[in-house]
Design a binder for this molecule. Sequence first.
Ligand code: GDP
Length: 462
Amino acid sequence: MLGDTIAAVSTPRGKGGVALLRISGDRAIEIASRVFRPKNKKALSDCEARLAVYGEILAPDGDGAWQAVDDGIATVFKAPASFTGEDTVELCCHGGMLLTETVLTSCLAAGAKPASAGEFTRRAVMNGKMGLSSAEALGNILEASTHEQLKLAHNGMGGRIEKKTEAIYNALRDVLASIYVKIDYPDEDLADMSREDIIASLENCEKELCALANTYRTGHAIAEGIPTVICGRPNVGKSSLYNRIVGRDAAIVTDIEGTTRDVLTETAALGRVTLRLFDMAGLHETSDPVERIGIDRAEQAMREAELILAVFDGSRAATQEDFDLIEYLAKQNATVVAVINKGDVGDMDEPLYAASFANVVKISAKDGDGMDRLSDCVEKLFVDGSLDSRRDAVLTNARQHAAAVSALEAVRHALDALQGGYPIDLSCTDAENAMSALSELDGRAVSEDIIAQIFSHFCVGK
Ligand code: GDP
């Protein structure tokens, strides 16, 4: 509950140099004062805010008397100048597992409630300290496994999406105000904007929203990652390519056919793109039941893939299996890149691959040659090169994209009515709908369910 004072350990569970506990809420300083005794003998409430104070950390012993269990540091943050916007105390103790548990138990004994997953960030959003998209970006920082993801998440945390959204929201609000004036005083010329001004402003909102919605293709490719399948007949070098992309020997490479039996998954960067990579058994008919399971899973992964890296062996002529694969791939919705491997040995059947695929890259998975070309090719297919992960507002999840699209559709509807010569009041509802979609995007008006769903992915203590 928002009114409770909450506490949690914010550092990961385990042994470490230091651990950090956070207490947030109206009673944070009072509760921390029971658990922490400054060595300077001042009351914690009299200590200067945002200044580290050295002292003793206390815990109740068996008789209920509070005894020192560690020395540590307390930092007081007074509302609203804190992460959550509430009074907050951060306690640093040594990072022992039992010690950390003991300090948390002491905070609870002193009156704090245990924080749920993401509750500190959720409070920050509720108290207007950050927008929802910034909170999602903060979640992405914790999850980031590629440098590009980190850049994008850090950018998003700075409120980039909210700033963009707010500018469009304000333009729509001005449009709506002018429409209302025209409706209420039809015979007078009181509105700030003429009908032409209103159309021009809505056209600008449409352009901005369209550009914003389109950033999701890039945001998805970086933040969420592209489900990717590496396929090809046995022994063409799928595992070797997989290992090249992930940068280590994750998959077994042998020259015995059918040795890749399971579907491995891993997240790896290829240029700016994040690949959620499945490596799997060769798609060929087999009587081996274990391998058959692998192949069934592979076919499932193939259906879910957005990118298929189809590997062919350039050192040998294409086989019937290769021809079957080419035919199969032509029916898939995913983007296909034909990777002609073993370029160090030869490049047979180049015309066949060039005629069958829009994207063909020659590589040698063995010595790494051509990996930069593969990376450029995939990047061009999924990332808008004009977008800067450090600077531009980029949508990173389906929720944000759906809200931007819904605002865009409402603005287009309003424009259609105005450009079609319909009465101006018909556009009111559309402008309002667009504004409410934008409020959802930045979290000003988002349902409790969605908030709960977003923060359930956070860890406790964040
Ligand atoms: P998979 O069955 O398709 O996963 O193929 P592997 O990655 O296990 O490779 C099969 C064999 O081809 C192994 O002996 C690899 O060392 C070899 N191989 C893979 N890529 C290359 C390459 O680029 N050049 C050469 N010369 N051999 C390769």
